[in-house]
Design a protein around this ligand. Structure first.
Ligand code: NAD
Length: 474
């Protein structure tokens, strides 16, 4: 496995294919050409779907083999950790320490999915009013699965789709975000080396509007597992009709710092998690609600912690905040921050750009109608907002079209029991920030943050069909 200017190929029905069309991938920090990748055309997309569909019909991937392939993939990923982390850091702009963590997480995602391949058992249904009948269920792979993925976790978010889909016995077609597709191609190489059978894995690079769209239209595909923006998620749901989708979408996640919480711990963890991966994480801390009585003290500590963050080259192990994914995205967030400033917000720190880097930015005096609060910023920008009562804080957290995760720092035991019922989110993190995820936990949002849960044991439930069997014993 090498990283060079050799053009990367696509994996279609067991073959590595070079195409006439090329997608160029740039180093997000230096803007130099990093690599080139073949782009799929209509015929290739069709060939991949045909190959996947045939593999599904043949059913030649038994659970024992799935376990071996997934465990071997985990082993190979661990062996190639440094190499893959460097690819993620260069094509994704992710600081190398975070990129290494992503590879380690992906190793465990594959291991957990491998374990799930052993647990695909149905149920025996009690027959108290159905004498002479034996009723049970079996779990059957749903069919061809399409995984459409974003740029911000090009390895682990792909793993969260591919590993459970294969564990359930489904052939998978991956359509990764083009800007970070080298990582996904490397993962595909590893899966092939680990022994994934022909037809069970395909990797197609191309734009969402062409390759993605063709995949959405193809009725041979049974399930779409998508992570990305709410706009594309809504479009997928509308397009696929009765076929199913798991949708992991955006958010403007919030964390509450209550007067009785550990303010120091909150200030230091929030400074880290608001700017990890340059704020380009779906559960990134975008809104911090702080009780008025501790606001000044918290803000001072928080700004101090933010000022300590090291901004720069993602390959430098000291770097905390690297570049954003593109100059276009930097220009977008710069204009949102300027607009907020014109509307009365204060920039406490940051607010400036340098190449593809947007400096960690903290805003105060923001109001609910500003884009920086209302929309998903997906950038290293966070707002600190005061509140008086906890009810007021909960209302402000819930005043969002999104609902992925929320955090709260408090020592009030009664509040920790009540608050999961009061917040409109898929996950509540107590005494940590909203930006917390480990890979075995059920993960997914409500409202426009999505449908369905990920985490191998949960994702696999969406990737099998429960078939009821009734046996007449008379
Ligand atoms: P995006 O929606 O622009 O792209 C995601 C994928 O969808 C890409 O592979 C893209 O090519 C594809 N796509 C685009 N148009 C399509 C179409 N018409 N048909 C089919 N596929 C199409 O998202 P992005 O900019 O890569 O990622 C950022 C977004 O992802 C943010 O909103 C972020 O919150 C979200 N995200 C959510 C989670 C989660 O778990 N909830 C995790 C990470 C990122």
């Amino acid at each position: 496995m090498t990283v060079s200017l050799v053009k990367e190929k696509l994996l279609i029905d067991g073959e590595w294919i070079d195409t006439d069309q090329t997608h160029k991938i740039y180093n997000k920090y230096t803007n130099e050409l990093f690599t080139e990748i073949s782009k799929a055309d209509e015929k290739m997309v069709d060939k991949a779907v045909e190959g996947a569909f045939k593999a599904y019909k043949k059913e030649n991937f038994p659970p024992q083999q799935r376990y071996k392939v997934l465990m071997k993939t985990a082993e190979l990923l661990l062996e190639k950790l440094e190499e893959i982390a460097k690819i993620i850091a260069q094509e994704g702009g992710k600081p190398i320490t975070e990129a290494r963590t992503e590879v380690r997480r992906s190793v465990s995602t594959f291991q957990m999915a491998a374990e799930e391949s052993k647990r695909l058992v149905g149920e025996i249904i009690p027959n108290y009013n159905a004498e002479g009948r034996f009723i049970y269920t079996v779990k059957k792979p749903v069919g061809v699965v399409v995984a459409i993925t974003p740029f911000n976790f090009p390895l682990n978010l792909v793993s969260h789709k591919v590993a459970p889909a294969l564990a359930a016995g489904n052939p998978v077609i991956i359509k990764p975000a083009s800007d970070t597709a080298t990582t996904t191609i490397k993962l595909s190489e590893i899966l092939v080396e680990a022994g994934v059978p022909k037809g069970y894995l395909h990797c197609l690079v191309g734009s969402g509007s062409v390759v993605g769209e063709q995949l959405l239209q193809d009725e041979r595909i049974a399930h779409y597992t998508f992570t990305g923006s709410p706009e594309v998620g809504k479009h997928i749901q509308k397009t696929i009709g009765f076929r199913k989708a798991t949708l992991e979408l955006g958010a403007n996640s919030a964390t509450i710092v209550h007067h009785d919480g550990d303010i120091e711990a909150a200030a230091s963890k929030l400074a880290k998690m608001a700017f990890a991966n340059a704020g380009q994480i779906c559960i990134s801390v975008q809104r911090i609600y702080v009780q008025e009585s501790i606001r000044e003290r918290f803000l001072e500590m928080f700004l101090h912690q933010v000022s300590l963050l090291k901004v720069g080259d993602p390959l430098d192990p000291e770097t905390n905040v690297g570049p954003m994914i593109s100059g276009k995205e930097v220009a977008r967030i710069e204009s949102w921050v300027k607009e907020a400033e014109l509307q009365g917000a204060n920039i406490e720190i940051g607010g400036k750009r340098e190449g593809n880097i947007f400096y960690p930015t903290v805003l105060t005096n923001v109001t609910g109608d500003m884009k920086v609060l209302r929309e998903e910023t997906f950038a290293p920008v966070v707002s600190v907002i005061p509140y008086d009562t906890i009810e007021e804080a909960i209302d402000m957290v819930n005043d969002s079209k999104y609902g992925l995760q929320a955090g709260i720092y408090t020592k009030d035991l009664a509040l920790t029991y009540k608050i999961p019922y009061l917040l409109e989110v898929g996950g509540v993190i107590i005494n940590d920030t909203c930006c917390y995820r480990i890979d075995q936990m059920p993960y997914g949002g409500v409202k426009e943050s999505g449908l369905g849960k990920e985490g191998p044991a949960f994702a696999i439930k969406e990737l099998v069909e429960d078939i009821t069997v009734v046996v007449n014993l008379e």
